[in-house]
Design a protein. Structure first.
Lengths: 432, 358
């Protein structure tokens, strides 16, 4: 009993001191998914995000003098838990990071009312690039349509695509269907044939039917929009059916080291487009080692930290921190509000110099956002699995956004119409 | 003492057949209704509305629908999630094709579509029973979710394949969509749930309810005393699917705001089935108790560590939560296999005869 009283007193004290420390703090929650069917891919991303924020707090005392309260709210990728977490955090949060396409779709219409920016780096609804319509949503540094365009560009670099056949293996889910409009336009323009092959959520682990179809169709390339267990399923199945790995390309969420490590040497040549790259020599990694790993504050491990997903987590947090810093500079206060952060995220300018100032050398391509452009269209590198790890297989590719800017605006317009009354930010036109 | 029924004489058949013949029951219900209609809306935060009150009510309604079919008519169904989906998609199509339509009317009408689909999938129940019927309804589950994915007309050819709730208003007051306030949404859900509960209580007490119970207890005997099994079973499917469909429309329109086809997949059916089983099959009250345990309790448990100031990871809380709720389910099923409603029934009986148990 005595022990219990002591414990209770200690927790009370901890609570009180924590309350006192709130003075200058920015609440930047993350709707994490360390549990559930997608946990394997979630954990490295969440660890990367959390470690970067912990490092900033330990090294610089947060951003601009305000500590970052990077609290996680576990959703397990479930949309129901997503509602719960969003409602729980939105009161004080200056940003929401929904992390699942389903949760993003639920939260997106509410942001105009609640006025909280959504940060969905590299995922979510591609037309979010249109900042005039989606004032509160950001999917910097690159969206799915950028990915589709860059993959096709890369393939074109391997030889003309005229008369070629590309199988599009995708999760039969809003996320997997996302790039189809752009791939269709590109197919028409470049003269290749696109064969969509959907993988149902229940078939993720057993794709023998899909790969049988791929064998029958004999495509020149397979482009994959997979997530979670689907990636490992597809990669092992490709190895089993002896599909030439160098003609197999995934989106950035299909480039998880652990999925490839299952097949190891057999997966050699598999590619994945990416806007992030793990650079173990980057100064930020040393800083994380010094302030987070050595002080025992990380949940990660060296193997995970060398992977693509962990470094992507770092980049995502760095983008958020840049947005915060930009807003602080503009408004001259460390304690920014959600609306001020929105301005900050609209005015990120990640130049080469800034990237190396942050110690992120070679980990992210330069990009900048604006009022009208909430994606930034950073471009990306084609990464290739060399049997042990991912290496860069191309120079920086940049998406030809002009090819689908009309499509972005059209789909954004449709969305606004379906959700009328939907306020748009008309001041954007003047600035561009 | 508190629950003494002595002295409450019934002098007419009408009084004897009242919904709540015992005064204390009516009194308790009155308190609950005052809480639900006045106290909660005045005091609840937006989080309480969105994470606890609205989902508990919606899941209670879905479970109520399933309970009519499984608990009262004895037809096991694993297709609840898909029938909820039919309601949601029907409602979505109605409000997008006919934007002038009153959203509450649309929600109530959407149940008609799921009732139709329910009857269709209920036809095999005339020949197959028990677990075999469960498999047939499972087929409905797979087929319908597949249909929601493939039939692009259902989601208006939306590129993402998901349905999004537009802003819907009644005379200028937004009731659904992002602009609707949580209080309004809560009241709409509460009105619909109260109405349908009242309807179901009366249905199950009347002629139809007795027919269903006879069918459940022994269908051959029921047939011999002149009950038309075709009518009885199909009506059970129709009423049940209607209620479930309305619950599905509420689920998307007044709570989630957007849905992709896979939210209507088997896990949702199981969740509703568990609520019905833990609450108590063949009871109305049980649905509410079950929904509080399965939907409401995890949310409250998630808040506890932060309230107590215990520094613990969110993922860890989630793991603990799953274990605690799972443990409680096992505990309640061991203590009272007939569900929480039976537990309450026993407590109430003990209270009535207290302090002189036989």
């Amino acid at each position: 009993m005595k022990h219990f009283t002591k414990l209770a007193a200690a927790t009370l004290l901890a609570g009180v001191t924590a309350g006192a420390a709130v003075a200058q703090e920015l609440y930047v929650p993350n709707l994490s998914y360390r549990t559930g069917p997608f946990a394997a891919t979630g954990i490295p991303l969440m660890n990367g995000q959390a470690d970067y924020m912990t490092m900033l707090n330990a090294r610089d005392g947060g951003v601009g003098g305000a500590m970052l309260n990077f609290e996680e709210c576990e959703t397990g990728y479930s949309t129901e838990k997503g509602v719960e977490c969003y409602e729980k955090t939105k009161g004080e949060a200056i940003v929401t990071q929904p992390w699942s396409t389903g949760i993003t779709l639920q939260v997106l219409p509410k942001t105009n009312v609640d006025e909280i920016p959504i940060l969905a780096p590299g995922y979510g609804f591609s037309p979010m690039a249109n900042g005039k319509t989606f004032q509160w949503a950001f999917n910097a540094p690159a969206g799915y349509w950028d990915a589709a365009d860059m993959i096709v560009q890369y393939l074109e670099g391997q030889g003309s695509l005229d008369g070629k056949k590309i199988a599009f293996l995708h999760l039969d889910h809003p996320y997997g269907k996302e790039p189809i409009p752009v791939l269709e336009t590109l197919a028409e323009a470049k003269g290749f044939e696109m064969v969509p092959i959907p993988v149902g959520l229940k078939e993720m682990q057993n794709q023998s039917a899909q790969w049988l179809q791929i064998r029958r169709e004999r495509p020149d390339y397979v482009v994959m929009w997979g997530w979670g267990a689907m990636n490992a399923g597809a990669i092992t199945e490709a190895v089993k059916t002896k599909f030439p790995m160098e003609n197999f390309i995934g989106v950035w969420w299909a480039g998880h080291d652990a999925d490839l490590r299952i097949v190891g040497e057999d997966g050699k040549g598999y590619k994945s487009i990416s806007w992030s790259f793990p650079n173990p020599d980057a100064p930020v990694m040393a800083a994380i080692k010094e302030h987070v790993v050595d002080t025992g504050k990380t949940k990660s491990n060296p193997e995970e930290m060398s992977g693509v997903f962990y470094s992507r987590g770092i980049i995502i947090s760095a983008i958020l921190a840049e947005g915060i810093a930009a807003a602080q500079a503009e408004y001259g206060t460390p304690e920014i509000t959600a609306a001020q952060l929105r301005w900050g995220l609209e005015n990120i300018n990640m130049t080469e110099e800034r990237i190396s100032e942050l110690g992120l050398d070679g980990m992210v391509p330069p990009f900048s956002t604006s009022c009208a452009n909430h994606t930034g269209h950073s471009g990306g590198w084609m990464l290739e699995w060399d049997g042990e790890k991912f290496v860069k297989a191309s120079d920086l590719l940049t998406a030809n956004v002009a090819g689908y800017q009309d499509l972005i605006d059209e789909k954004a317009g449709e969305y606004a119409e379906a959700n009328a009354p939907w306020p748009t930010n008309d001041s954007c036109d003047a600035m561009n | 003492m508190l629950y003494r029924t002595s002295g409450q004489f019934k002098t007419s058949y009408q009084a004897d057949q009242a919904l709540f013949p015992v005064r204390q029951d009516a009194f308790l219900l009155g308190i609950i209704l005052i809480l639900a209609w006045v106290v909660f809306p005045l005091t609840a935060s937006e989080f309480t509305f969105q994470a606890i009150l609205i989902p508990v009510l919606i899941f209670s309604l879905a479970s109520l629908g399933l309970n009519i079919l499984t608990g009262f008519a004895g037809q096991l169904s694993l297709g609840t999630g898909a029938f909820m989906g039919v309601g949601a998609y029907a409602c979505y199509k109605m409000v997008t094709l006919m934007p002038w339509m009153n959203p509450i009317v649309a929600i109530l009408l959407s149940g008609v579509f799921s009732a139709g689909v329910g009857v269709l999938f209920g036809i095999p129940s005339l020949r197959i029973k028990g677990f075999y019927l469960a498999i047939a309804t499972l087929a409905a589950q797979f087929f319908l979710v597949w249909l929601f994915e493939k039939w692009a007309w259902l989601y208006n050819y939306n590129a993402s394949g998901a349905i999004q709730v537009p802003n819907l208003d009644i005379f200028g007051l937004y009731v659904a969509g992002p602009l609707a306030s949580s209080t309004t949404q809560y009241y709409v859900v509460l009105v619909v749930v109260t109405l349908l509960t009242l309807l179901c209580i009366n249905l199950t007490r009347g002629n139809l309810g007795r027919t269903w119970k006879a069918t459940r207890d022994m269908d051959i005997a029921a047939e011999l005393i002149g009950i038309n099994l075709l009518k009885s079973k199909l009506l059970a499917f129709a009423v049940s699917s209607y209620v479930v469909g309305v619950a599905g429309a509420l689920y998307v329109f007044l709570w989630k705001g957007a849905a992709e086809p896979n939210v209507f997949d088997i896990p949702l059916s199981f969740q509703v089935l568990f609520i019905a089983i833990i609450g108590g099959l063949g009871s109305i009250l049980g649905n509410y108790l079950g929904a509080i345990l399965i939907v409401g309790l995890p949310v409250v448990l998630n808040l506890l560590p932060a309230l107590l100031g215990i520094p613990i990871d969110s993922a860890m809380v989630e793991h603990l939560n799953i274990m605690i709720v799972g443990g409680l389910i096992v505990f309640f099923l061991i203590v009272e296999p007939h569900g929480l409603a039976q537990l309450w029934r026993l407590i109430r009986e003990k209270l009535i005869i207290w302090p002189f148990p036989h």
